[in-house]
Design a protein around this ligand. Structure first.
Ligand SMILES: Nc1ncnc2c1ncn2[C@@H]1O[C@H](COP(=O)(O)OP(=O)(O)OP(=O)(O)O)[C@@H](O)[C@H]1O
Length: 257
């Protein structure tokens, strides 16, 4: 693995009004790494992802991607990235082929390359029979597959996935898990944000745990286990302050008393 970081995050902070939701994050991410980015609801994962993908331009600190400064070159950086957002809106009146053609145009891809790749990718995800159906007839999982494809169709160097498995069936989850590993073997860098601990544990070669805007663990699953000797779910619970005696579940059940 290269020793030159592809992404450098320096002293990154973000506030909404008086609330600081990211606190002085400093990280180097190297080419080919699969980063599993985990943390409780509201910890700051999506905020980090949106800054990394150039969607939130006002932040403090520095984000350098492939030598380009996010504050000065957000457009050039966006070309290097594929992004599958959490809760993305898709243009449902379009067919998947029309939608992917539109995405390809945004990335200045040649039309025949987009068409061929879109057909192959939709086929690989089991959507060959639906190439020309309007997506308002699609199930949640089918739309999610199209979104995933739209994040990789331009063969980006960096792939940022925010809960990409939501709504996918068990077979599609296996495909995406294998895809993450294969893409990283080809040198792609993957920033994978999820609550699915079992998947994160399996596909990530580095896990970052964020809590209340701060990175509280950073390492391979093996190294985190050595420090805490547990499953990732238990490490998560310990480091984010969830009490093992399940007070939260008790409180929910008590509400019915
Ligand atoms: N546009 C916004 N305006 C004000 N506060 C915001 C905004 N977006 C996010 N926040 C706050 O920033 C904090 C971090 O939110 P963020 O969406 O990054 O968390 P997350 O870790 O992705 O959570 P989840 O796991 O629930 O998706 C939360 O306290 C949230 O309420």
């Amino acid at each position: 693995m290269s020793t030159v970081p592809l992404i450098q995050i320096r002293n990154l902070s973000k506030s909404y009004g008086s609330k600081m939701v990211l606190k002085h994050l400093t990280l180097d991410i190297f080419p080919g790494q699969v980063i599993g980015y985990i943390g409780p609801n509201g910890a700051g994962k999506s905020t980090t992802v949106k800054i990394l993908t150039g969607l939130i331009p006002d932040f403090e600190g520095e984000v350098i991607v492939n030598g380009l400064n996010m504050a000065q070159n957000p457009q050039d950086i966006k070309r290097l990235m594929g992004y599958v957002p959490e809760n993305a809106e898709i243009y449902e009146v379009l067919t998947p082929m029309e939608y992917l053609d539109f995405i390809g145009k945004l990335y200045d891809m040649e039309e025949d390359v987009v068409t061929e790749r879109a057909q192959k990718l939709l086929g690989a995800f089991g959507l060959s029979a639906n190439l020309n159906d309007r997506m308002d007839t699609f199930s949640k999982g089918m739309k999610q597959k199209v979104l995933l494809i739209s994040g990789i169709i331009h063969n980006p160097q960096i792939i940022v996935l925010d809960e990409p498995l939501s709504g996918l069936d068990a077979n599609a989850v296996i495909t995406v898990k294998e895809l993450i590993v294969r893409l990283s073997q080809e040198g792609k860098t993957i920033f994978y944000c999820s609550h699915m601990m079992d998947v994160v544990e399996k596909v990530s070669d580095r896990i970052l745990l964020i809590n209340k805007g701060e990175i509280v663990a950073d390492g391979t699953f093996e190294s985190l286990k050595q420090n805490h000797s547990d499953t990732l779910e238990q490490i998560f619970a310990k480091l984010t302050g969830r009490d093992t005696s399940s007070h939260e579940t008790d409180a929910i059940m008590n509400a019915f008393d």
